[in-house]
Every structure is written in structure tokens, then in C-alpha cells.
Write a protein that binds this ligand. Structure first.
Ligand code: DX5
Ligand code: ZN
Length: 546
């Protein structure tokens, strides 16, 4: 998908950005979680996957420039710089403190300002509406000097009330600044209310197009769509580019999401651990397209894409390693043209080391081979090749198999471990509960040895078994028959997401109870918990909370 980096590694880094930002904000007791979180995928995709920059050489003359014009998203911006390698993330805990380099709004870095700024900061933000003009100045100067550096500007939709934004947009159109990409964090909230109530912006797409900009629109929390739009932007000539990123303010913490009160307010420090657990618990749903009616893969992909699933699970079976044959790289190549959804490719084939290049060329985003089909050297060769091509490497183990000892050497750059909960070969088989103990043990042991990837549950996952696998540590859920087997794909995906949410809420409630902040947490979380009160058996307790 042209990520220039591994899909799951990108997801993990963006997760880390949110986690460092929330630690800074709760430690400071102030800051802007809403905007830091709505722009997390935008800033993360730029710094971790698309922009030309060098944290070890912040003034590199060939670098691309990033201007965070909605500067109140500073905790998110600082965390992105830190996770990218400009400074130690732990420094986020000094956010807004007297003498810290990380103040409420960023200061452009220079030797003169080095005591209250961090390397990589190109712009001193604060009053909104100005950053786009600065970006245009840099882009115009680069063009006049014949330099290839690109300029990326992040603006907000509240900020778009500023007249200066529209003056600037006219200038960029006039100067045909095709080295300028502006991204609108369209989270539809400003300060204490909703943009369309305060100063309606729509039709925002038409506005920018009318000012001679090339406009793209994406889901601002889908990295694959942001990458796609940035790739298209790089092909645009004689026009500046606007990417309208539809986002959710506070995305990542369910009771903060789309809630104006979390624009500039910090959650209490005592809740930090529970918030971090939530941020670490994002679930990904991956339908397996071999389930249900035979083939018709294109239609199956389109249907689940409409339902907002996270990725597509592709089961490649060679009729040797498993007693069934499905499809191979040539089919995947055709399907690749259909969607930007990440392809989670599960190779159930003998000798994968001999065939891995075909799946690399088919542009899979995650490629998982079975531990039973390769030696230590073969797996290391495969892993190296995949990492080199920006593809997430994974390993799968059958119900009767334990992870090979040599895998502990490969954990650092391993993005996924599939713990099979059926014997591979067919969709629609019954979940084997006996694998749950192994999943719990593996999740613990692998993380103790440095694994920071995802545990994936594959085989017999449905609304019931998903919760069991969730509690055992899985965060990626393959679902074949549960999605395609019943004729109601829409209902099936919603049901799986609902069950994942129940499992998450139960876990967070248990954590809050351990920390002795149960009532406090339930109060903050009340409107989120109400739909699950019955399943969580907390109706009375919730009702008593005022
Ligand atoms: C089995 C495959 C699974 C299977 C999932 O060998 O690896 O991905 O297709 O289908 P369900 O969810 O129906 O078990
Ligand atoms: Zn599979």
C-alpha cells in the first residue's frame, strides 16, 4: 500500500504517540487531548511514513517542512517528534512545567530558543490562522530557489473561521504551489461547541476547489487512506493540495471522542493507567474472504469495506500444508486494485521462503508464515525481506504447536503472532477453547521478551469466542463464518465490534477497581457504559452515579 513502513508498526507508533501525549497532559493537569488525538494519524503518517526528515539532523537541507498551525495540538505534535526520534518520549512528562522545553504551544527551534523548544519544530504556533501563510512562504521560497523540499501544513476547522486562511489559500492557488500539501483536521468541534453550529464551513470541499486547490477527502483515522491521498498529492502539478481528513476529536478514548468538553481539559492523573490501557487495546477486525459462498472475493471485500472493517484476511492454502486449496499471489494482485484496506495475508503453504517474493510483489501489508513450514534461517530470511520492503512480518502456530525457541531472537521486528484456534484448512470450524491458555501464556512470555506486536486470533471467532480471545490477549480478530456465514454482514460486524467493546469496558472497569477509582471512572465513563450496563451487570451501580 506504499506505506514506506510496516502497517502494524505505523499503527503501534501512532498508539505510542497518544500514550505519551496523555501522560504529559495528565501530569501537567492541562493541555489539549481532543486535538492531539484527532490529528494523531495525520501527524504520525507524515513523520513515520511519508515525510523526508532526519531526527539526527533536524536542519537537513533536503528535509520536508511540517507546520502545525493548530498549535494547541502540541502534546500530540511533541509526542510525534519524540516517537520519531527527535528527543526522549519521557520528556513529555514535563509538559507545560516551568523550565520545560515543552510548553503549551510549540516554539520554533533555534540555538537561541533551545531552552524552551525541541529540535524539529519549524514554527512557533499559538494564535491560529497564521501557519498556512508561513507554509506558503516556505513553499514559495523553495520554488524560487529550485529546491525539492515539500511543505505540509496542518490546519483546524475552527481555525478555518479565520479570514487569513482564505487570503492565504488564494495566494497558494495563484502561485500554483504544488510543493504544498495542507491537511484539514476536520473534527467538527472548536473550543466549546460544534463547528456547524458556531460557523458552518460546509461545503468545505467545494470552497477549497474553488480557490484552485486539488482536493482529496479521507477518513483521517485510516492510515492507508492518508497514505493513498499523500501518494496522489505527490502526482499533482500546478496546484496546491488540500486533504480534508474527517476525524473524531479525542479519538482513542471513548468518553472523550466527539465531546467538546475535552478540547482543552485534562483527565485526572489518577486515571492515567486506565487511559493508557484503553489506548493500548485498539482492536482490529479482519474478515476472512474464503468463508461463506465460494469465491466472489471482490464482492465480499466491497461489502465489508462498506462496514468499516480494519483489514482483509487472505487465507492462501496450497493443498499440501493444509488439505485445501484457495488462491495465490496472482489473485491477490487483482484484488489489490480494489481497495486501500490493508491485506493481512496468511500463508498456509509449504516452503514459504521460496515463494515469499510473489506475495511481496502482490503488495500485501502483513505476511504471516507458519512456524511449522520454515526453519530458523528461513524465517529470518523471510522476516528480513519483509522488513526491507515495509511489510509487517508475522508467524502463525497451529493449535498443537508451541512457538519455536528461535523465535525469541526475532521478536524485536515481529509485528504479529497468529495463534490458530482451529486446525488450518477451512473456514467455519469450531473454536478450540483449549488454545486460550496458550494464548494467555504466549502473550505474557513474548511481551516479557520484547514483543510489542499484536496477537491475532484466527479460527472460529464469533461474538462469544471473541471476548474469550480478547481476555487472553488477542487484539486482531479474524472472522470468516461469523461475517460471511449468516447473510447479514452489517449486523455481524456491528455485533463483533459490540462484543469487543464489552470486553474492553470490563477490562478497564476491573483496572479502575484495582486502582480504587471505580466510581470516579464510572462517572467519567457513564454515557459510554450505559449500552453495556446489562452485559457488565452494573445497571444499579451506574444508575446510582449522579
Ligand atoms: C483457517 C483459516 C481461517 C479461517 C477463518 O485455516 O486460517 O482464517 O478462514 O474462518 P472462520 O472464522 O470461519 O473460522
Ligand atoms: Zn487465516
Amino acid at each position: 500500500m506504499g506505506f514506506n513502513m510496516r502497517y502494524l508498526d505505523l499503527k503501534r507508533k501512532i498508539r505510542d504517540v497518544r500514550m505519551w501525549a496523555i501522560q504529559g497532559i495528565t501530569e501537567a493537569g492541562s493541555g489539549h487531548p481532543g486535538a492531539s488525538f484527532s490529528a494523531a494519524e495525520i501527524m504520525g503518517t507524515l513523520y513515520f511514513s511519508k515525510m523526508r526528515h532526519d531526527p539526527s539532523n533536524p536542519d537537513w537541507s533536503e528535509r520536508d517542512y511540517f507546520i502545525d498551525s493548530k498549535a494547541h495540538s502540541a502534546p500530540g505534535f511533541y509526542s510525534t517528534l519524540a516517537v520519531a526520534g527527535y528527543f526522549q518520549p519521557q520528556e513529555l512528562r514535563t509538559l507545560r512545567q516551568f523550565g520545560s522545553r515543552l510548553q503549551g504551544h510549540p516554539v520554533r527551534y533555534s540555538q537561541h530558543q533551545k531552552h524552551h523548544s525541541v529540535p524539529g519544530t519549524e514554527y512557533s504556533g499559538g494564535s491560529e490562522g497564521i501557519g498556512l501563510s508561513v507554509g506558503i512562504g516556505i513553499a514559495l521560497a523553495n520554488k524560487m530557489d529550485g529546491r525539492k523540499n515539500r511543505v505540509f501544513v496542518l490546519i483546524g476547522d475552527g481555525e478555518s473561521n479565520e479570514g487569513q486562511i482564505w487570503e492565504a489559500s488564494m495566494a497558494a492557488g495563484k502561485f500554483k504551489l504544488d510543493n504544498l500539501v495542507t491537511i484539514l483536521d476536520r473534527n467538527r468541534i472548536q473550543q466549546d461547541g460544534f463547528t456547524e453550529d458556531i460557523m458552518p464551513l460546509d461545503p468545505i470541499k467545494d470552497k477549497w476547489a474553488a480557490f484552485n486547490w486539488q482536493v482529496f477527502e479521507v477518513d483521517g483515522h485510516r492510515v492507508e487512506q492518508i497514505v493513498d491521498a499523500l501518494n496522489k498529492a505527490a502526482q499533482v502539478h500546478d496546484k496546491p493540495v488540500m486533504i480534508i481528513a474527517n476525524t473524531i476529536k479525542g479519538n482513542g478514548i471513548r468518553h472523550m471522542a466527539n465531546n467538546p468538553q475535552w478540547h482543552g481539559k485534562a483527565p485526572p492523573k489518577r486515571q492515567t493507567e486506565v487511559l493508557l490501557e484503553e489506548l493500548e487495546s485498539e482492536c482490529l477486525i479482519a474478515p476472512s474472504i474464503i468463508a461463506g459462498e465460494r469465491e466472489n472475493y471482490e464482492d465480499k471485500i466491497r461489502k465489508v469495506e462498506r462496514e468499516g472493517v480494519d483489514m482483509i484476511h487472505l487465507d492462501v492454502m496450497d493443498g499440501q500444508f493444509v488439505p485445501n486449496t484457495t488462491f495465490f499471489a496472482d489473485t491477490i494482485k487483482k484484488l489489490r486494485r480494489l481497495t486501500s484496506l490493508p491485506f493481512d495475508t496468511h500463508l498456509m503453504i509449504e516452503n514459504p521462503v521460496k515463494k515469499i517474493q510473489d506475495y511481496i510483489d502482490a503488495r500485501c501489508d502483513i505476511i504471516t508464515v507458519h512456524a511449522e513450514t520454515c526453519t530458523e534461517d528461513e524465517f529470518k530470511e523471510i522476516q528480513e525481506k519483509l522488513i526491507d520492503k515495509g511489510i509487517s512480518p508475522g508467524i502463525a502456530i497451529n493449535p498443537g504447536t508451541d512457538v519455536p525457541k528461535w523465535l525469541y531472537d526475532c521478536l524485536h521486528n515481529l509485528d504479529v503472532v497468529i495463534v490458530m484456534s482451529v486446525n488450518p484448512g477451512y473456514a467455519g470450524q469450531k473454536f478450540m477453547p483449549e488454545v486460550l491458555t496458550k494464548m494467555v501464556m504466549l502473550n505474557k512470555q513474548l511481551r516479557e521478551h520484547g514483543f510489542r506486536g499484536y496477537i491475532e486470533a484466527d479460527g472460529g471467532i464469533d461474538a462469544t469466542t471473541l471476548q474469550q480471545a480478547y481476555d487472553a490477549g488477542a487484539r486482531i480478530f479474524v472472522a470468516g463464518a461469523a461475517v460471511y456465514g449468516g447473510g447479514d454482514i452489517h449486523g455481524a460486524v456491528i455485533h463483533l465490534r459490540h462484543k469487543a467493546a464489552v470486553a474492553l469496558e470490563r477490562r478497564l472497569l476491573n483496572h479502575a477497581t484495582q486502582l480504587n477509582i471505580r466510581a470516579d471512572w464510572m462517572k467519567a465513563r457513564k454515557h459510554i457504559l450505559i449500552p453495556y450496563a446489562n452485559e457488565l451487570r452494573i445497571e444499579e451501580e451506574l444508575h446510582a452515579i449522579k
